[in-house]
Design a protein around this ligand. Structure first.
Ligand code: NAD
Ligand code: DAU
Length: 331
């Protein structure tokens, strides 16, 4: 197959491109605008006979329609993805996550090309810390932030285009990813790179918020499974039973980097901060036979720490500007 990957220069998209090149014989085109979050260095050394890159905006209808016509399937990762940024300036989130997804759906409608939409568990809002339940495909939508509300809106557009126009689409909603190539604005890379630079990790609020961590390569294998075997029009939740509170994660990072386990600071909380996410991925496992490979979070985190230690040239150019922005927000 010829697969078009939108947002393939970002964190999860670039991990998916590497997964496709390493684990399949498909050829891949990345369409990416190269915003502050896109990094061509994440796509270095891919084989030219199977990989090409197009710089462009998913909101550019004529470019998108032409590219759809040249591919057998499209996997849509491109988004504005960071909650903190969406609280500062929501507009780009509407442009890319809503209008950009609409533009891709119109191209899917015109060309009939198979479309997979990447989304987030944040569309379901949050859970109490002591709630025994987890999110399922039937949990009602209840997003909290400008970011998650635009992702929820994009999911609903996909469902409407399937039902009204017969677009051949699937949707997946995944929990928090960790792994190589993640921008230093995000929690785990921010704390690893702080410690590597001799600075203290910064925990929002009390650090009790829980995220359900999955390695980006497991996210990639799940998406490939859905692309190959998912039922058109259906939604699949992706998660790897990786619930941890933020304090536990920071303590693991400090310990792995030979620092005192409590050498972190508590800083101003994120407004509207979701308390807990937790995914029940039974449907994907039982109906499509998917299982994650990374079952030990501490081991996967240690690999990720080793990656950031060995790849300072990849992250250092973004670090100062990212920290300056956080410091101006008291975080
Ligand atoms: P990211 O911010 O690292 O990467 C986003 C990529 O999209 C960048 O390369 C950027 O240049 C590109 N992009 C942004 N606007 C664009 C536009 N208008 N046209 C073309 N390209 C554009 O994001 P990520 O963390 O890799 O997330 C990728 C997708 O996965 C998003 O849809 C996000 O909602 C979803 N998701 C992320 C997580 C997570 O833990 N990070 C979890 C579940 C779902
Ligand atoms: O659940 C999936 C979502 O996970 C994706 O849809 C988003 O694109 C992705 O960014 C992520 O959202 P979060 O808001 O959960 O991720 P973030 O890395 O920003 O923060 C993770 C947790 O860590 C959250 O509880 C906030 C907290 N945090 C974050 C930063 C940057 C801190 O305590 N300190 C920090 O410095």
């Amino acid at each position: 197959m010829r697969i078009l990957v939108t947002g393939g220069a970002g964190f999860i998209g670039s991990n998916f491109v590497h997964h496709l090149i390493d684990e399949t014989e498909h050829s891949v085109t990345v369409l990416d605008k190269l915003t502050y979050a896109g990094n061509l260095a994440s796509l270095d050394s891919l084989p030219a006979e199977r990989f090409s890159f197009v710089r462009g905006d998913i909101g550019d209808a004529s470019l998108v329609e032409r590219l759809f016509g040249e591919h057998d399937a499209v996997v849509h990762y491109a988004a504005e993805s960071h909650n903190d940024n969406s609280l500062d300036d929501p507009r780009p989130f509407l442009d890319t996550n809503i209008i950009g997804t609409f533009t891709l759906l119109e191209a899917a409608r015109k060309t009939g090309v198979r479309f997979h939409h990447i989304s987030t568990d944040e569309v379901y809002g949050d859970l109490e810390l002591d709630d025994p339940g987890r999110f399922t495909e039937n949990t009602p939508y209840n997003p909290s932030s400008p970011y998650s509300s635009t992702k929820a809106g994009s999911d609903l557009l996909v469902r409407a285009w399937v039902r009204s126009f017969g677009v051949k689409a699937t949707i997946s909603n995944c929990s928090n990813n960790y792994g190589p190539y993640q921008h230093v604005e995000k929690f785990i890379p921010r704390q690893i790179t702080n410690v590597l630079r001799g600075e203290r990790p910064k925990l929002y609020g009390t650090g009790e918020n829980v995220r359900d961590w999955i390695h980006a390569d497991d996210h990639s294998s799940a998406v490939l499974t859905i692309l190959e075997r998912g039922a058109i029009g259906e939604t699949y939740l992706i998660g790897a039973d990786g619930e941890k509170n933020n304090r536990e994660v920071v303590e693991l990072i400090l310990t792995e980097l030979d620092q005192p386990w409590d050498a972190y600071d508590l800083v101003t909380d994120r407004p509207g901060h979701d308390l807990r996410y937790a995914i029940d991925s039974s449907r994907l496992r039982t109906e499509l036979g998917w299982t994650p490979r990374y079952s030990d979070f501490a081991a996967g985190l240690a690999d990720t720490i080793a990656w950031y230690r060995s790849n300072e040239a990849w992250w250092a150019p973004q670090k100062d500007a990212t920290e300056a922005r956080y410091i101006s927000q008291g975080r």
